[in-house]
Design a protein. Structure first.
Length: 378
């Protein structure tokens, strides 16, 4: 099969959609395709140099007459340049708004019959989709894309419910790079470096600390666990809720057991010293961090929200609780952390779920098949 030239647009900063888009680009490059990232900065997970990965920076001109910098127009214009200059076969954009709309505009600008794949990641539907000023644009971006994918069945259903697009949407689950996310040998040393005792259990939460991540319930669950067993909570990330959570932690009886680690790069090392992952979100289309943790052998407790129950299999590799039920979450956690055999089974099952349901290679095959389907129509 001939190798393809694929343009990828995503939000390049920290966030699951950018992580997924970058990992996909890297894996496709390893398969010999030529990958062109069209983004506002170099995607943060693109750490290595690949000879067939290129970066095209979207620069936004900030003339004083513009009340707002025209990022969307600049992006569409850059996409059109790259489509023409590089003779792209396909453009894969992550997020309907603004990226799918920009891709459609770019295709129109350059007059090329380029195929557009749009992947929906969540907040473009669950948050922005509720905003009447954007709903029509989201519907337009979806309907004008050639192929639309969603990262979970829950997100697909939600898109039909909220946006009502006249378009088929395929679910393609997220994946993790299992060569990076795996249980690491050197974990016990890191635990010691953080001053965590051998007998203490480690509970981890990792996010961008937005309100929808429901950090107060993470801390509240931990307090209930800590009242029964020795444990530390690692809070990894940074964001708008940071201050509120710090105040909550300081006022708790276990303030010294709640560690704020800020943004971290090599989270697989932190997952490798963890015994349990908490994701108590109000909205979550998938929960890529759960998958990363599971690949490192960490079972999760998550809310019965969005795509989380498609990742956590209740009673097998973790537990599902209703949103806000911190008491139930704490009870499940205490039960699991107090039973070595059960924890070992859940750990094994978590890795097995990743290897069977969310393994990188078949998921990349699926995307590749979509690209070839579109390239054949060009
Ligand atoms: O969760 C976030 O706030 C970041 C957001 C993003 O745009 O990167 O994540 C979304 O996409 C991820 C990758 O598909 C999913 O794992 C997250 O569940 C999803 N976030 C939400 O639905 C809130």
């Amino acid at each position: 099969m001939r190798k393809l030239k694929i343009g990828i647009t995503c939000y390049p900063t920290v966030g699951g959609s950018g992580v997924l888009a970058t990992e996909l680009g890297k894996k496709l490059a390893e398969r010999g395709h030529e990958i062109h990232f069209i983004t506002s900065s170099v995607p943060f997970r693109l750490k290595k140099i690949y000879p067939n990965v290129f970066f095209h920076e979207v620069e936004v001109n900030n003339y004083s007459v513009f009340q707002y910098p025209p990022y969307d127009i600049a992006l569409a214009s850059k996409m059109a340049d790259v489509i023409l200059d590089q003779n792209l076969d396909v453009l894969h954009v992550h997020y309907a708004i603004p990226h799918a709309v920009c891709a459609v505009l770019a295709r129109d600008m350059c007059g090329e019959n380029i195929g557009i794949v749009t992947t929906l990641h969540g907040t473009d539907i669950s948050v922005l989709g509720q905003d009447s000023t954007l709903a029509q644009a989201i519907k337009y971006g979806i309907e004008k894309s050639d192929i639309v994918t969603a990262v979970s069945n829950a997100l697909k259903e939600q898109t039909y419910e909220i946006i009502k697009p006249n378009k088929e949407i395929e679910t393609i689950y997220n994946f993790v790079d299992e060569s990076v996310f795996k249980p690491l040998e050197e974990a016990p040393l890191l635990k010691k470096q953080y001053g965590i005792g051998e007998d203490e259990k480690v509970i981890i939460h990792c996010s961008n600390f937005r309100r929808i991540k429901n950090l107060p319930d993470v801390v509240e669950t931990f307090i209930r666990i800590r009242s029964q067993i020795p444990a530390k909570l690692l809070l990894v990330g940074d964001g708008p809720e940071q201050h509120r959570v710090m105040v909550q932690a300081k006022e708790s009886p276990y303030k010294d057991d709640i560690l704020f680690l800020g943004k971290q790069e090599n989270v697989e090392e932190l997952f490798s010293i963890s015994d349990l992952k908490l994701l108590m979100s109000e909205k979550e289309s998938f929960g890529l961090v759960l998958l990363e943790a599971m690949a490192c052998g960490v079972p999760g407790i998550g809310t019965n929200v969005g795509g989380i129950p498609e990742v956590i299999e209740h009673g097998v590799n973790g537990y599902i609780v209703e949103l806000g039920d911190v008491q139930q979450a704490a009870e499940y956690a205490i039960e699991l952390l107090s039973d070595e055999n059960k924890h070992a089974d859940f750990k094994k099952n978590a890795i097995h779920t990743v290897q069977t349901k969310f393994s990188a290679e078949p998921i990349i095959d699926h995307y590749e098949e979509l690209y070839y389907r579109l390239a054949a129509l060009k």
